[in-house]
Design a protein around this ligand. Structure first.
Ligand SMILES: Nc1ncnc2c1ncn2[C@@H]1O[C@H](COP(=O)(O)OP(=O)(O)O)[C@@H](O)[C@H]1O
Ligand SMILES: [Mg+2]
Length: 270
């Protein structure tokens, strides 16, 4: 069982990272560390560099200076150390659900077709999609498509799960169901999760720690250690005094960052 002691350790070490798109700096000395099995959420208004940060963790982007280390080693994008779940499900429309889940395993080329199918079915079952394996993605609802994407990421059995606003396109009720499913899977599988969202409730409900990003290139605005007990459940966790206290604090933080964003934008217009 994960606990809040999973905070700020040595699974991932991001140290003094500098990164720019051309002449536009996004991070100018960003540092943070993440423990094995920690659930870290990253909050921030759009454009503050959340996706860029995740891509530095995946190795899709390389820092201009500083280091990103996973268990002490630099990250190589070709090393399948992570599962990535995007905001839109990005399933191949011409492949069935199970074929989509098998896709990465096929690329990795380590398993026989029977082993691939067995593994894909195992993770489809875990995300509650057994019985839908032969459906094309178009026949699945938005929530089911995100479950399939999650199964696809989990089937690679990564130690690190990177999620970029994965439930942002879902309605509020489906999102809450997916939050519970994700916590159940995380509890069972124990990966380290870096989860991006702009939803404060979701960040609090899920994580051991919430990191609020500042405007580029300022890096971390603040980190909040989340002491809400686990296991969490909607009716208990979302109504706890501590939940509301965190929520109030984070609303205040985000509004400070947003106010700064408006100020910077106004200055750029003049
Ligand atoms: N490939 C790119 N080239 C140039 N600028 C980019 C690129 N991707 C993102 N940006 C800019 O970098 C900033 C941070 O973007 P991003 O990481 O996508 O933020 P977020 O995910 O928080 O919305 C934004 O101003 C965005 O316009
Ligand atoms: Mg983004």
């Amino acid at each position: 069982m994960a606990t809040s002691s999973h905070v700020g350790g040595d699974e991932l070490i991001i140290e003094d990272v500098h990164f720019s798109y051309g002449s536009v700096p996004i991070f100018d000395g960003m540092s943070i560390s993440v423990s094995p099995g920690e659930f870290l959420s990253i909050l921030g208004p759009s454009g503050c560099g959340k996706t860029t940060f995740l891509n530095l963790l995946s190795g899709f982007l390389k820092p201009d200076a500083g280091s990103v280390l996973l268990r002490g080693e630099p990250i190589e994008p070709e090393d399948p150390h992570f599962g990535y779940v995007f905001q839109s499900a990005t399933l191949f429309p011409w492949l069935s659900t199970v074929e989509n889940v098998e896709f990465g395993l096929r690329m990795a080329g380590k398993l026989t077709p029977e082993q691939r199918r067995e593994k894909a079915m195992h993770y489809l079952d875990m995300v509650g999609l057994k019985g839908f394996e032969n459906y094309l993605p178009i026949r699945l609802s938005g929530g089911m498509q995100q479950r399939a994407s999650l199964a696809r990421a989990l089937a690679m059995e990564p130690r690190l799960l990177l999620m970029d606003e994965p439930f942002g396109a879902l309605d509020a009720i489906t999102r809450e169901i997916m939050n519970d499913e994700l916590l159940r899977l995380w509890d069972e599988l124990g990966q380290t999760v870096v989860f991006i969202t702009h939803d404060i409730d979701e960040a609090i409900y899920l994580s051991d720690r919430v990191l609020v990003l500042n405007l580029p290139p300022r890096g971390v605005f603040k980190t909040l250690n989340n002491d809400l007990p686990r296991p969490r459940s909607g009716p208990t966790t979302r109504t706890a005094d501590l939940f509301w206290q965190y929520k109030k604090e984070l609303i205040d933080d985000i509004s400070q960052v947003s106010a700064l964003k408006k100020k910077v934008q106004a200055a750029q217009m003049n």
